[in-house]
Each structure stands twice: as structure tokens, then as C-alpha cells.
Design a protein around this ligand. Structure first.
Ligand code: FE2
Ligand code: FE2
Length: 303
């Protein structure tokens, strides 16, 4: 594939960016609970016409907390996966080893950053919000799959972060500046991860037959199905958190509409934006055109 990504250039870019958690949150840097945390394209609260503006804001912020939780979860499997991949060749290419260890170190920092923001949310929101987990069990379930399937899932997540920031967050002037800063700083480092993931997919697919590659693509789809199951559960948690936070019991038909709109909003946020990302599709196509076609045949359900 003619992408021009190298371990050395990813490492150089990463070293130039390098921020600390303390630069982003803490001290005078606090969440502003009078502002939304998520862009409307992900939160989709305006579709729920039976909610007033205050209730829409509360749901938007609950979805912001969910975003912190979902990223906390996925980074828990990416960290050991990248370390394991680095370990297979510690003595051949110094830039490879250093770039992958830097990648893992940044994901460990992101896990801590998302935890730090969740603590900030808990302190300021005033209602306990349940989230799916525990992260270790979810990571174990994902890592039980074929490494190429896991690498494709990781590629999906990294490009998805690019799209979230560039298409939906960067130019949204209504978002809380602190939450926006979190998403910006995360994006800055994920740019390099997406390139390194592309190299990981290439390494793991080398020498595989088309049938073996398509089996891994099915494993990527299975992991997507597993995440989708988690999102269904998360929507139930978010419904419960919303009702407690706003002291409002929705009617049965309102609950049904909430579930339907919010599940699709979550699907777009965490599955659709990755599965339809042109860079993910290009990498799949470089493995075999059938891989791209297979994902394109199912992605509409997550958009
Ligand atoms: Fe990350
Ligand atoms: Fe990442």
C-alpha cells in the first residue's frame, strides 16, 4: 500500500507533540456544566422532541461521560495488544520498537486522562452514571480474537478518532472548552497511532491467503457485534441515569424513542464513523477487495 507511513516519522511526530495530563485538566481547568460536551451529530438529543433544553443538555453530558468510558475501555485492550506486537521483534528495527512503545505509552496516558475526566464529571454532574465494564473483562474478550481481527478493530478506532475531531468537534464553538481540549489532545496523538496501526495490519496480514484474511475480517465484524451489544446495554444505563438526573420518568413510548434514537447515535459514534472511514476501507481493500466489499455491505446499519 502506498501510504508513506514509517515508524521513524511516526516517532518524530509523536515526540514533537507530547503533552501532559496536568496541562489539560486540574487547577482552574474545570468542566463547565452549563455547556454541551458532545457534538449533536453524536449525541442526537435534538431528535428527542419531548425533552426540554435543560434535559437535552443533561443527556448530552451523560453521553460525554459515556464517551470517556468507551474510550477508557477500548484503550485497555489496545495497550497490551501494541506491547505484545512490539515484543515479537525487539532486535531488528530500533525505530519500530521505539515507535510502538511510544504508542503504548500514549495509550496508557490516555487511559489515565479519561479516568481523570470521569472523576471530574462525577464530582460536578451530581448523579451517578453507570457504565459498561469492567474494562479488563471487555479487553480479554476482544483479545481472544485473531490478532489481525484485533488490529483491524484498532485501526477502525484510531481513524474514528480522527474523524470525530476533524468533522464534528474542531469547528463546534458551543462545546465546553475543557472537554473540547481533551478531544483535541487525544486526536493529536491518535494521528500517529492510525499510521502505526496501518503498519501493524500490514505486518500481521503478510503471507496470509485471501481466505485467512477474510476470516480475520469476520473476526473484526464479530468484535464490532460484541461492542454493539455493549452499546445496547449502555443505552439502558444512560436512560436510567437521565431519568435520575432530571427527576423525570419517561412514558413507555418516550422510552422506546429514547432507546431507538440513542442506540443509533451510539452506533454511528463508535461503529459507523470507523467502518465507513475511507482510510479504513483503503487498508481493507489493500488486503483484498473482498474485505472492503464485505464491510461496505453491512456498514449502513451503523450510520
Ligand atoms: Fe488513545
Ligand atoms: Fe490510539
Amino acid at each position: 500500500m502506498n501510504h508513506g507511513y514509517t515508524y521513524q516519522s511516526a516517532l518524530t511526530s509523536s515526540q514533537a507533540i507530547c503533552w501532559r495530563i496536568e496541562d489539560i485538566i486540574g487547577g482552574t481547568k474545570r468542566l463547565d456544566f452549563s455547556k454541551p460536551f458532545m457534538p449533536e451529530s453524536f449525541a442526537r438529543v435534538n431528535k428527542l422532541a419531548f425533552l426540554n433544553n435543560e434535559e437535552k443538555l443533561a443527556l448530552n453530558q451523560i453521553r460525554g461521560n459515556t464517551y470517556l468510558c468507551i474510550f477508557g475501555l477500548v484503550e485497555e485492550f489496545i495497550l497490551p495488544f501494541v506491547l505484545d506486537h512490539a515484543r515479537t521483534q525487539l532486535h531488528s528495527d530500533d525505530y519500530r520498537v521505539r515507535a510502538l512503545i511510544q504508542f503504548a505509552s500514549e495509550e496508557a496516558k490516555h487511559i489515565q486522562l479519561f479516568k481523570r475526566f470521569r472523576k471530574e464529571f462525577e464530582d460536578g454532574f451530581g448523579t451517578d452514571c453507570a457504565v459498561i465494564g469492567p474494562p479488563e473483562a471487555i479487553a480479554d474478550a476482544i483479545l481472544a480474537h485473531d490478532p489481525l481481527g484485533v488490529a483491524l478493530t484498532t485501526l477502525h478506532i484510531e481513524w474514528m478518532v480522527q474523524r470525530h475531531y476533524v468533522d464534528s468537534i474542531k469547528d463546534d464553538q458551543d462545546l465546553d472548552p475543557q472537554f473540547k481540549s481533551l478531544l483535541k489532545h487525544h486526536w493529536l496523538e491518535e494521528v500517529q497511532h492510525a499510521k502505526l496501526d496501518t503498519l501493524m495490519v500490514e505486518a500481521l496480514s503478510a503471507g496470509r491467503s485471501e481466505d485467512q484474511i477474510m476470516k480475520s475480517v469476520e473476526e473484526y465484524i464479530e468484535i464490532g457485534g460484541f461492542i454493539d451489544g455493549g452499546l445496547k446495554q449502555q443505552v439502558e444505563f444512560d436512560l436510567d441515569s437521565f431519568q435520575r438526573a432530571t427527576n423525570r420518568e419517561l412514558t413507555e413510548s418516550e422510552k422506546q424513542e429514547f432507546r431507538q434514537v440513542q442506540l443509533q447515535a451510539n452506533r454511528w459514534t463508535y461503529l459507523g464513523t470507523g467502518m465507513t472511514h475511507e482510510k479504513v476501507l483503503e487498508t481493507l481493500e489493500s488486503l483484498t477487495p473482498k474485505a472492503r466489499q464485505r464491510i461496505e455491505s453491512i456498514s449502513a446499519a451503523f450510520c
